[in-house]
Design a binder for this molecule. Structure first.
Ligand code: 0A1
Ligand code: ZN
Length: 882
């Protein structure tokens, strides 16, 4: 019965794309829902492509086929074959109706793809996850995004056990059935691919709000969760409403069904899912209240709610032709969310946060064995390609295009894109063509960004000619080779720039050959390997502010003098570049500590920050970010041979130096001042103060633990909300303070019933730096609350350890690697998607120093030799260990 297609010909290649030989015009689905077994009836109205002559083949995995009929007549055994994940049917014609009935087993589904059970058998509920290829675990179907069908869904179930029945689309009737059962029907008027199908059934509560779209549609918004969490859905409902309004105002996009449902689950492989009319969320990105949710998480909830909502147009109304085009919906939707979040919060902080994420998660991906283009050329398992490259770098590419077109031009382009491709599956070429045509431009050179992996290095050199009063900026680019792409071509790199005089004033820019009026900021596009840009009327050597707002996803190498960076840190009105100047100074200070003898660089960085510390005009959140040097992962990216323990020690030392320069008394005073208004309000100003308070406490703990740890304990005990509580707990735990034990016990007791808070309890301990982390992780694995079956719990403990704690994971004795490899093999048998993602913690192992490198290699080799790995994990391990 189970038919998996692990043995199917691999890999799948972009260049082999062919349109579907058979489409489904209409799908009528019928569910008899049960926890151990559910039956799914499907009536598929088929259309054949007259240009192709292929047999009817439908995808299906782990389905028990109960009945099959074609055009009303049962099909005898010889007329169909089901093997290797494919059902082949003889005798179908254009207009045929294929009927199948299958049985699936939700309670046994630990992969959390297809129809599965969230929570316990007694109290849990049923739900589906279909992206990317989960629908084939529900019924037989051409499970590919370019097959768009109209769906009618009827759900039947026991009323007491499953009082709530939901599916995507508009409600179309409900009623009673004999034997305590009931039914509900949903019709989705918008053709959609199977990956956007969803249903939910169980005991759930809701909160509701009426919403009227700009074009006049009355919509019922409902957020659903299990009863204990319904009080924590309010914030998400408000965020949803804000996102809907913003999309109307910014892109003219209106919602298009009468209902919009959002459901929270604790059992989810990813963040959330944009199923048409029935979004399903990992509870971590939906539930929020001050007692259990940190400020960072509040912002994440707002962002993810918006992201999924924005997919209704960028993803659902216009979907992807094939999975190679994934960034068409994801890069675009991340960009739209970034715009929205910048608008709702602080644009500079949002940009800093996003670029920091790009550097932490995407740059390492682009620099290692897992590197792939934003539009990959091939894959074995598409679920492995929901990556920082496809999402975050993809968003940067859209940002470059939007910057090139300007606000009005980008809107014109988006209008054309939505109008032209509405109700269809599109490609990245279609996207660039629409943006370009609406503006009379050829944007096709930007396609190279989608095809080429690796992060370009941009070098900048400036030369001032006093006699000619010119400043010549020479920009050059180079992209290092990545696996399978040894030679790289130049890409169009938009560089937004300004020039400052030595008093910190911006100069008017007169670019050679340019006739338009001089402004103080402009974008130049480096299209070749190297180009000169000559600015006229420049009396003295200026200080360039380059790549403002991070105008392209590149690594900038510019030979700044420290006082030039200090000038930008003090004066650049571009908040991002101001922060960036501080980061560059920190990097120099770090290198000076590492290499010795560069005392001036350390003192320079500390002095620049000390000068800003009491600047009342500075946003406290920006100050907190300025006081934070680049993280250990980013620092490792810059080393030829990585020793994570040494990086950790040096970075701690660097922060200690900063703390000493600021002075213990000053830090304590600041902490006291910030602690005075210790509420838990989620507004931006209060969030900013808490962010700075955390940073100040962390610095003080490095400088003077005897003063800081009792302060942390007091902050823990008196905290009004999770942000302050967790910040204090983290300081106590990371310093292995005597007070940590009590605080951990108190936290555990206080939040025993809340899985999301408990995840934080696991994560904070998994991030104890250095040698002690491993023993702690092992002990926590034995905790009754730990399970490999829950992805959030796995990420909290093993993910935080392996990906969020470099000095703890990368032990010289290799015990961290062996632990992870063992768990990966166990987890893979339960949930291949989560296992494969966790395995990416090994990315970068080839650049470790020799002792660790050999340990990592051995652990990976043992895992590779394990024999029965899923396609997901095997693909990742295969890339890591070529
Ligand atoms: N499209 C979703 C991400 C997503 C992808 C795969 C999933 O399968 C478990 C779930 C969600 C998004 O971008 O939000
Ligand atoms: Zn998405």
């Amino acid at each position: 019965m189970p038919a998996r297609n692990d043995a199917a010909p691999l890999p799948i290649r972009l260049r082999d794309y062919a349109p579907p030989p058979w489409r489904v015009v209409q799908a009528e689905l019928d569910f008899e829902l049960g926890i151990d077994a559910s039956e799914v009836g499907a009536r598929l109205h088929l259309a054949r492509d007259p240009a192709q002559d292929a047999p009817l083949r439908l995808d299906g995995e782990e389905l028990e086929l109960l009945a099959i009929a074609l055009d009303g007549a049962p099909l005898p055994a010889g007329r169909w074959r089901y093997a290797d994940g494919v059902l082949e049917v003889d005798g179908a014609r254009d207009g045929s109706v294929l009927e199948t009935r299958v049985r699936v087993r939700p309670a046994e589904n630990t992969a959390l793809e297809g129809l599965y059970l969230s929570g316990s058998r007694e109290a849990g509920f049923l739900l589906t996850q279909c992206e990317a290829e989960g629908f084939r675990r529900i019924t037989f179907f051409p499970d590919r995004p370019d097959v768009l069908a109209r769906f009618t869904v009827t759900l039947r179930a026991d009323r007491a056990r499953f009082p709530v029945l939901l599916a995507g689309g508009n409600p179309d009737g409900a009623g009673e059935l004999p034997g305590g059962r009931h039914w509900a029907r949903f019709v989705d008027p918008h053709p959609k691919p199977s990956y956007l199908f969803a249903l939910v059934a169980g005991r759930l509560e809701k909160i509701e709000r009426d919403y009227r779209t700009a074009d006049g549609r009355a919509v019922k918004l409902a957020i659903w969760s299990e009863a204990d969490a319904i009080g924590r859905c309010r914030y998400a409902l408000g965020a949803l409403e804000r996102a809907m309004r913003w999309d109307e105002e910014t892109y003219g996009r209106n919602y298009d069904l009468d209902v919009f449902h959002v459901v929270a689950t604790h059992d989810f492989n990813m963040g959330a899912m944009e199923n048409k009319g029935l979004n399903i969320f990992n509870a971590k990105y939906l539930l929020a209240d001050p007692d259990t949710t940190t400020d960072d998480e509040y912002r994440a909830v707002e962002a993810v709610v918006a992201h999924e909502y924005f997919h209704n147009w960028s993803g659902n109304r216009v979907t992807c032709r094939d999975w190679f085009q994934l960034s068409l919906k994801e890069g675009l939707t991340v960009f739209r969310e970034q715009q929205f979040s910048a608008r709702m919060n602080s644009p500079a902080l949002k940009r800093i946060e996003d670029v920091a994420l790009l550097r932490r998660a995407q740059f390492p991906e682009d620099a290692g064995p897992l590197a792939h283009p934003v539009r990959p050329a091939e894959y074995r398992e598409i679920n492995n390609f929901y990556t920082a490259t496809v999402y975050e770098k993809g968003a940067e590419l859209v940002r470059m295009l939007a910057g090139r077109l300007g606000e009005a031009g980008f809107r014109r382009g988006m209008d054309l894109y939505f109008a032209r491709h509405d109700g269809r599956a599109a490609t990245l070429e279609d996207f660039l063509a629409a943006l370009g045509e609406a503006n009379g431009l050829d944007l096709s050179p930007y396609l190279a960004w989608y095809a080429q992996a690796g992060t370009p290095r941009l070098t900048a050199r400036g030369r001032h000619d006093a006699a000619a009063r010119t400043y010549t900026l020479t920009l050059a680019q180079h992209t290092p080779p990545t696996p399978g792409q040894p030679d790289k071509r130049p890409l169009p790199i938009p560089v937004k720039l300004a020039l400052f005089d030595r008093a910190g004033r911006m100069l008017p820019l007169r670019l050679d050959g340019q006739t338009s009026a001089a402004s103080t900021e402009r974008v130049v596009v480096l299209a070749q390997a190297e180009q000169d840009f000559v600015f006229r009327g420049v009396d003295a050597p200026p200080v360039p502010s380059l790549l403002r707002g991070f105008s392209a996803p590149v690594i900038l190498e510019c030979d700044y003098a420290p006082e030039e960076l200090a000038l930008l840190l003090a004066h650049d009105p571009d908040g991002f570049n101001r922060w960036e100047a501080g980061q560059q100074l920190a990097l120099r200070a770090y290198a000076a500590l590492r290499d010795g003898g560069g005392e001036a660089a350390v003192e320079g960085w500390c002095a620049a920050l000390a000068a800003l510390f009491d600047d009342a005009a500075l946003d406290p959140a920006l100050l907190a970010d300025l006081l934070t040097p680049p993280g250990e992962i980013e620092l490792a990216e810059r080393e030829r041979e990585v020793d994570p323990a040494r990086i950790h020690a040096l970075r701690q030392e660097l922060q200690r130096r900063l703390a000493a320069a600021l002075g213990g008394e000053r830090l304590e005073r600041h902490h006291r001042k910030l602690a005075a208004d210790a509420g838990a309000q989620p507004d931006a100003a209060a969030q900013a103060r808490r962010r700075l308070k955390r940073r100040v406490l962390e610095l003080l703990a490095l400088h003077d633990p005897a003063a800081a740890l009792p302060l942390a304990q007091r902050q823990y005990e008196s905290a009004a909300g999770m942000t302050d509580r967790l910040a204090a707990l983290a300081v106590l735990v990371r310093h292995e303070a005597p007070q940590a034990l009590n605080a951990l016990a108190a936290f555990r007791a206080r939040h025993a019933q809340d899985p999301l808070a408990l995840d934080k309890w696991f994560a904070v301990q998994a991030q104890i730096p250095g040698e002690p982390a491993l023993a702690r992780v092992r002990a926590l694995e034995a905790d009754p609350a730990f399970t490999l079956k829950n992805p959030n719990r796995v990420r909290a403990l093993l993910g935080s350890y392996a990906s969020g704690n470099p000095s703890g994971f990368h032990r010289a004795d290799g015990a961290g690697y062996r632990l992870l490899a063992e768990r990966l093999a166990q987890l893979d048998a339960l949930n291949p998607q989560v296992a494969a993602r966790l395995a990416t913690a090994f990315n970068g192992w080839q650049r470790l120093e020799p002792v660790r490198r050999e340990q990592a290699r051995q652990a990976l080799a043992a895992l590779a030799g394990h024999g029965a790995l899923s396609r997901n994990l095997a693909e990742i391990v295969g890339h890591l260990l070529p």
